[in-house]
Design a protein around this ligand. Structure first.
Ligand code: ATP
Ligand code: MG
Length: 562
């Protein structure tokens, strides 16, 4: 991790830890990050990763990576590998790597302990009956007719469940707690269910009995000696069950569960189910599509680990639910790239300019600074010749005085080069401008003309030396700030932004961008920050992704209300 990065700001969780260390409750801190390998990690997970691994780092403690793999039918090894890669890429090393399935034998033994103590029973209600017995927030639940079975009978049935004697759904193991509890999670929750025929990515077909999350999680935490078990707010109501499990088995460790609010981000969705749907229905090009809020997508888009960590520090850790503006994430990468990204010239919508008074076979290597504010980034040479490309948007035949770029008959400075005047506009039979004939003022290299003011500066690329590329402009994946909570549409995918990807196929880049590493971001002057796509190369041309625009154009639009 980079040394200059400021340390994480404090938060209520760090205050609890400070207290526990001061009181001597703990002498070392142990945390864990417990993803379920049923999808790729997203920016919400990054919040949890930075929190858990960051605490371990700052308190010189440990943080484990533990796969919560108790739902084998939804999980697979591709996700396991992707999660490991993403955690490492974010800049973290786990102290130890575990799977909840590593503990299946121990979990099973603890279940038998509960049964023997009369604290768990085998229930034969099916899913519908169980729901019906559960009661509601206002009404207490009803006890299962199987609740008072003797421990020996429960033990026998549970062992037979494990041996595969009963079909899926016919029996569950339930904790015997309190069907009248105001907390529905405490109304005899299911601890184990039967699942035949799934091949678990870690344990194969060894088990047909799988423990539930609420049973697995506290025990896994305790077996690893976790001190502070950090999770999102929706588990607050599960905390009494977390504590009940640990209080009713013989285990020496009792981690403290602390909840914090999840990260929600505007203009995107964050639930793994919905992200899966975007991938499987082909709305995006896989989990690493640069428009996805996944770590893999952000990486391909050109986000850096430091920018993501910085973003997480900016949003902070609290118990208040809120939705963060996309602009906050975008500002993190903008501010990370601005001081370090070399400047380059790239013309995204080329229009040819012929400089009629520049000799046909001549060419010059002009000096250009790599960064306007940091001389240490050095200079490069950009070739200049009789034909250059400028951006179509930088020319108007006629324009109001506010237009600071090139107009017919007017002058403009070519950045790092000369002042040119537009003498003639060539059009095709459809009346489209296809070429500009200009003349340059040889006395204006690095100097203003003494007799007149030329205000505009535009970028350009030498036609003879141009490097051809595609440039893919990404925008928000959704047009609605909260696509999955708007009830006015039948389906949240209706809010997908049809312009979230615009591919420009005829772009020309300055020659120095010919062979660049996908991991390096550049500022294409006046256009934004870009990096080469690591995945695609269109035929003989590379693809460059727009990481982020130079300014937040949405903020302006949002203000105008449109
Ligand atoms: P989803 O509901 O999208 O499937 P999940 O909570 O089931 O997410 P897990 O893989 O179980 O995903 O999450 C691993 C850890 O990351 C958990 O501790 C979880 O609380 C945390 N986490 C998941 N989403 C967010 C989020 N949006 N903000 C902060 N932490 C999150
Ligand atoms: Mg989960």
């Amino acid at each position: 991790m980079s040394g200059e990065e400021k340390t994480a700001p404090s938060n209520f969780i760090r205050q609890v830890i400070d207290g526990d260390l001061a009181s001597g409750k703990h002498t070392a801190v142990a945390t864990r990050f417990p993803p379920e390998p049923n999808g790729y990690l997203h920016i919400g997970h990054a919040k949890s990763i930075v929190l858990n691994f960051g605490i371990a780092e700052d308190y010189r403690g440990t943080c484990n990576l533990r796969f919560d793999d108790t739902n084998p039918h939804k999980e697979n090894i591709e996700f396991v590998e992707a999660i490991k890669e993403d955690v490492n890429w974010l800049g973290y090393e786990w102290n130890a790597l575990f799977f909840a399935s590593d503990y299946f034998d121990q979990l099973y033994a603890f279940a038998e302990e509960l049964i023997k103590a009369g604290k768990a029973y085998v229930c034969e209600l099916d899913a519908d009956q169980m729901r019906e017995h559960r009661g509601t927030l206002k009404e207490p639940g009803r006890e299962s007719p199987f609740r008072s079975r003797a421990p020996e009978e429960n033990l026998d049935l549970f062992r037979r469940m494990r041996n595969g004697e009963f079909p899926d759904g016919s029996r569950t193991l339930r904790a015997k707690i309190d069907m009248a509890s105001p907390n529905i999670n405490m109304r005899d929750p299911v601890l184990y269910r039967i699942r035949h025929g799934v091949v678990h990515h870690q344990t194969g077909d060894e088990w047909c009995l799988y423990p539930m999350y609420d049973f697995t999680h506290p025990i896994s935490d305790a077996l690893e000696g976790i001190t502070h078990s950090l999770c999102t707010l929706e588990f607050e109501d599960h905390r009494p069950l977390y504590d009940w499990v640990l209080d009713n088995i013989t285990i020496p460790c009792h981690p403290q569960q602390i909840e914090f609010s999840r990260l929600n981000l505007q203009y995107t969705v964050m639930s793994k189910r919905k992200l899966t749907q975007l991938v499987t229905e082909g709305h995006v090009d896989g989990w690493d599509d640069p428009r996805m809020p996944t770590i893999a997508g952000l990486r391909r888009r050109g986000y850096t680990p430091a920018a993501i960590r910085d973003f997480v520090h900016r949003i902070g850790v609290t118990k208040a639910d809120n939705t963060v503006e996309m602009g906050v994430l975008e500002n993190s990468i903008r501010e990370a790239l601005d001081p370090v990204a070399p400047r380059r010239m790239a013309v995204l919508r080329p229009l040819k300019m012929v400089i009629t008074n520049y000799p046909e076979d001549a060419e010059a290597q002009l000096e250009a600074a790599n960064h306007p504010k940091d001389e240490t980034l050095g200079i490069r040479r950009v070739p200049f010749c009789r034909e250059v490309y400028i951006d179509r948007e930088d020319f108007r035949e006629q324009a109001p005085g506010k237009f600071k770029r090139l107009v017919s008959g007017g002058e403009v400075r070519l950045r790092n080069a000369y002042v040119v005047r537009c003498d003639e506009v060539i059009k095709n039979p459809d009346g489209e401008v296809v070429e500009l004939r200009c003349s340059y003022d040889p006395d204006t290299l690095g100097a203003n003309p003494p007799d007149r003011k030329v205000k505009g500066v535009i970028h350009w690329v030498s036609a003879r030396h141009a490097h051809h590329a595609e440039v893919w402009l990404y925008d928000r994946l959704f047009r609605h700030p909260a696509p999955d909570s708007d009830r006015s549409v039948a389906d949240w995918t209706e809010h997908l932004n049809p312009e979230s990807l615009v591919t420009l196929t005829e772009c020309v880049l300055e020659a120095s961008l010919a062979d660049v590493d996908p991991g390096l971001a550049y500022q294409f002057e006046r256009e934004g920050y870009f990096c080469r796509d690591a995945k695609f190369a269109a035929l003989d041309r590379p693809v460059f992704n727009r990481i982020v625009t130079l300014r937040d154009s949405w903020a302006k639009m949002d203000q105008k209300g449109g």
